[in-house]
Design a protein around this ligand. Structure first.
Ligand code: URA
Length: 251
């Protein structure tokens, strides 16, 4: 338990706080009152440090551990990759792009094979569950290139919610951000923010208003953005991004 034994030690009160036992100040009180043991011995000195990897810490007879460090990755998915671990048709999968990650690290939700853009991966199961749960109303922002230019009335239909074959959609934010070409060659770039995650939802919404999608990219998920990540590349989230992600779903 002495600092020289290890390359990584931390103060005992911090260890207890990070493990969820109590705040740092309260942990000091627990330590001083002799309720904390390290490697079987009571440690009541407030300056004590522990090596979380090697020392075993107990509070009131219960073993205490730091929470598992989770992995948080953003991938810029290219078109042509299926979001599945192994594809029955032998098509390339997003797992081919990420190489061998930790066993539990999985994509959070899906993108269609032809959709590009932001795909979050994590082994933080509670976070993944909450990000996909409708209760937490997480923003998913897409940019679609569609045939023709949707009128304000059509965009209004998306904003109100429209009827799809599996039920009405929740209100979405929808705007045309630019147009290219003219006449029957005109294409519009539409930015759509939805909170649901139904199968091919954006494609179906835009087809229903008469503007089939030619290209679809997810540009943001739960406030995360791709930044300058190239297609097929991935990056680990910063601590600030991870914290913001967890906070927005109450973790
Ligand atoms: N909506 C779609 O239509 N496709 C996706 O991949 C994601 C959302």
């Amino acid at each position: 338990m002495t600092p020289e034994q290890s390359v990584y030690t931390m103060r005992l009160n911090r260890f207890l706080a990070r493990s969820g036992v109590a705040s740092r100040r309260k942990s000091d009180e627990l330590i001083a009152s002799g309720l904390v043991r390290v490697n079987g011995e009571v440690v009541d000195s407030l300056g004590a440090s522990v090596d979380p990897e090697r020392d075993s810490v107990e509070y009131a007879g219960q073993s205490v551990h730091l929470p598992k460090e989770c992995e948080y990755i953003v991938l810029n998915k290219p078109a042509g990759y299926v979001v599945t671990r192994s594809d029955t048709h032998g098509r390339p999968t997003v797992f081919d792009l990420l190489g061998t990650q930790r066993l539990g690290t999985m994509p959070v939700g899906r993108l269609d094979m032809d959709t590009t853009g932001l795909l979050l991966w994590t082994d933080d199961g509670e976070l993944a569950f909450r990000l996909l749960h409708p209760r937490y109303v997480v923003d998913k922002v897409y940019e679609a290139v569609v045939r023709g230019r949707p009128s304000e009335e059509k965009l209004h239909m998306l904003r109100e919610g429209i009827e799809l074959d599996d039920g009405p959609t929740a209100p979405a934010q929808a705007e045309v951000i630019r147009c290219e070409g003219s006449g029957y060659r005109m294409e519009a770039h539409v930015r759509l923010c939805i909170h649901e995650g139904r199968k091919r939802q954006v494609r179906r919404m835009l087809r229903t208003i008469g503007h089939p999608v030619r290209m679809l990219k997810r540009v943001s998920f739960a406030g995360l953005i791709l930044e300058d990540l190239k297609e097929g590349a991935h990056r680990t989230l910063s601590i600030e991004e991870t914290r913001a992600l967890r906070t927005q779903v109450g973790l």
